[in-house]
Design a protein around this ligand. Sequence first.
Ligand SMILES: Nc1ncnc2c1ncn2[C@@H]1O[C@H](COP(=O)(O)OP(=O)(O)OP(=O)(O)O)[C@@H](O)[C@H]1O
Ligand code: SF4
Ligand SMILES: [Mg+2]
Length: 395
Amino acid sequence: MTLAKGPSPLSSSGPRSPGRNRQVADLLLEVRGLSVDYGFGEDAVHAVDDVSLTIRRGEVVGLAGESGSGKSTLAFAVTRLLRDPGVITGGEAVFYEWPEGSYRAADTGGIAAQPRAVDLLTDDREVVRAIRWSDIAVVFQSALHALNPVLRIGRLIDDVLKTHEKGMSRAQRKARAEELLELVGISADRLSSYPHELSGGMRQRVMIAVAVALNPSLLVMDEPTTALDVVIQREILESLMELREKLGFSVLFITHDLSLLIEIADTIAVMYAGRLVEKAPAKALFRAPRHPYTYGLTRSFPSLHGDKKTMTGIEGSPPDLRKVPSGCPFHPRCAWAMDICAKQDPPVLTLHDASGTREVLCWLQDGAHEIPPELNKVPPAAGSAAARPSMRGTT
Ligand SMILES: Nc1ncnc2c1ncn2[C@@H]1O[C@H](COP(=O)(O)OP(=O)(O)OP(=O)(O)O)[C@@H](O)[C@H]1O
Ligand code: SF4
Ligand SMILES: [Mg+2]
């Protein structure tokens, strides 16, 4: 049993190399003990509570949870885009900036590349801003509102390249803009279109083209396809995964739709009432959940593949985050709640099985309690075809 509380704060004196004993391997983003409130005092909304989450190079991490569970707040906080009255009350978010050309493991040619570690929460605002442009790209839900209606698509992409790729000539920028549009499946002659001349799906593709324009190593996507119909949504996700294979970036994909994540994610993290309640390899989490809330979520969405099951949803409503229930915040809605659940915070338990390692925030999994069969299913073994995201290749 491991308790993942109490991160050791890094100094905030600017970018630095990771300590000699620190195993960064292929880490890209390491969030530790992050807590975010909206407002102060008794009325403060505890939107994110002691969340730890890592993203590795090339990994697709899905973040799921009901509305109001803190998913967007987490994304805003780690990209330093949190606005008033949001306040970061604890934790760190370390981004590892790897030298160019070392992005894929094969590119290092056997030489161990060393990244620069930047704390996105506390390091100099200008350093973080530069990283956010060059290394981290953010795509939010409403492309229609995000695209300036009076600018043609070509001008929009050109502005990004002009600002951040100073060495590029006008002709090079045009060629790059054409290439970017075609990368996301839009004909290059659409560069002269205005946003209102494009469908919702095309606008979202343009947003993705803008996001990958500067070759980021991390794409943060917050409900990017929610407003689109299922067919278009699927086409966009397929293009996104093809792009990921080509360019090698990592993705933090936020959605309330767990079944979508099964298609694309390597790892899924589930949030409830500001806490991260389970994190596991995607298929293992979906087929063999260990947390009662994850179990409820898996029964709230039809899967596009696999066995048919009855949709039951989760009874009750999420709590008011100004007055989070004591102990486990899920206890008022949990079918398996025990006495201890209302009294003591469950620890973060690290579990190992054939699917790999997972973390669960639940008393049932501490080894001292009987685990109900619903939360004790056999997960697909790591590396097996059954463990692979459906829309992804074998890499
Ligand atoms: N500006 C704000 N001021 C006060 N409370 C806020 C603010 N923004 C969000 N909250 C609250 O913080 C909590 C987390 O909100 P957040 O938007 O991060 O959830 P979410 O998981 O992204 O939800 P959704 O799926 O609806 O997008 C909610 O209780 C929300 O009401
Ligand atoms: S800690 Fe208790 S209340 Fe919370 S999810 Fe586990 S069993 Fe249910
Ligand atoms: Mg949100």
